[in-house]
Design a protein around this ligand. Structure first.
Ligand code: NAP
Length: 292
């Protein structure tokens, strides 16, 4: 299958590696070209713009940072995906973006005899590396069914949640949950440390009880090893929490816990840690990640 992939950062790069390994024909583009170098060495073909990627491909994936990046990649007048002939193609946005933009892309795609899926993922950098992502999809069932062999290659769970935008809404539900597990894990570590407990023992014990959760099992070891590299960027989590809060407001919902998590992560970013991984939240209590 001829597959285009735009955005080869932490997540996209690992996903493209799986698609190359599955013997697909890959066409790649990224804002910083060097992040595709080894992919090209492994058989992918570099293209100069999203437009050129689209012209070569039957399926076009995007996995960029922010909604504004998605907007640019799809709608740039000269170089965007929609400036190519997209007839018959399926456009899949894996970026965590807004439900509204997903609906707009779907409408534009339909007007141009194409279709689109919003398909944000969960599972982190390791999920992308190990092809164990959870994929949350919005769009038409026919397009979803055609994508199943690809989703199976890069993920372990893939579910169609409804029409365009419903994948992004599901991802927002996911991020609202993660707001709780990240703040909970951080406060748990700070408390256990201050109480003089052996943190490794505490983690082992909690992992066997009802406090077990993904954030704790994946990020606590990184915190104890003082590894704050992303993983999942602080700046991207702030983006997600803001989208979740905006969507909640549109539905007249108040989410105080999500609001507080957003404020804590803003505080962390203001201290200069926006390019750290989300586990860096602990630095609000342990400056530079050191226990005290
Ligand atoms: P990342 O490393 O920053 O990757 C994004 C890539 O998109 C970068 O390489 C960036 O180029 C490229 N890009 C941005 N705008 C572009 C444009 N206009 N044209 C071409 N390329 C463009 O971030 P990531 O961690 O892979 O995350 C990507 C998305 O997945 C985000 O929406 C994030 O919220 C979501 N996500 C991440 C995780 C995770 O654990 N990391 C998990 C689930 C979902 P440059 O190289 O020039 O910056």
């Amino acid at each position: 299958m001829k597959i285009g992939f735009i955005g080869t950062g932490v997540m996209g790069h690992a996903i493209v590696e799986h698609l190359i390994a599955a013997k697909h024909e890959l066409y790649v583009y990224n804002r910083t070209k060097s992040k595709t170098d080894d992919l090209v060495e492994n058989g992918a073909t570099w293209k100069e713009s999203p437009k050129e990627v689209t012209e070569e491909s039957d399926l076009v994936f995007t996995m960029v940072g922010y909604p504004k990046d998605v907007q640019e990649v799809y709608y740039n007048e000269d170089k965007g995906i929609f400036s190519a002939n997209v007839t018959g193609k399926i456009l899949i946005d894996l970026t965590t973006s807004t439900p509204t933009l997903a609906e707009e892309i779907y409408q534009t795609a339909r007007e141009k005899q194409a279709t689109s899926l919003d398909a944000p993922v969960s599972g982190g950098d390791l999920g992308a590396k190990n092809a164990t992502l959870t994929i949350m999809v919005g769009g038409d069932k026919e397009a979803f069914d055609r994508l199943l062999p690809i989703f199976k290659r890069i993920g372990k769970t893939y579910t169609l949640h409804g029409g365009a935008g419903k994948g992004q809404h599901t991802k927002m539900a996911n991020q609202i949950m993660i707001a709780g597990t990240m703040t909970g894990m951080t406060e748990m570590l700070v408390y256990a440390n201050k109480a003089g407990l052996d943190l490794d023992k505490v983690l082992d014990t909690l992992a066997g009880g009802s406090a077990a959760n993904w954030s704790m099992s994946n990020y606590s070891p990184r915190i104890l090893a003082k590894n704050f590299s992303p993983g999942f960027f602080v700046k991207h989590f702030i983006k997600d929490l803001k989208i979740a809060l905006e969507e909640a407001e549109k539905m007249s919902l108040d989410l105080p816990n999500t609001k507080l998590a957003e404020q804590l992560y803003e505080k962390l970013a203001n201290q200069g840690y926006e390019n750290d991984g989300t586990q860096a939240l602990i630095k609000l209590w342990w400056p530079e990640g050191k226990k005290s």
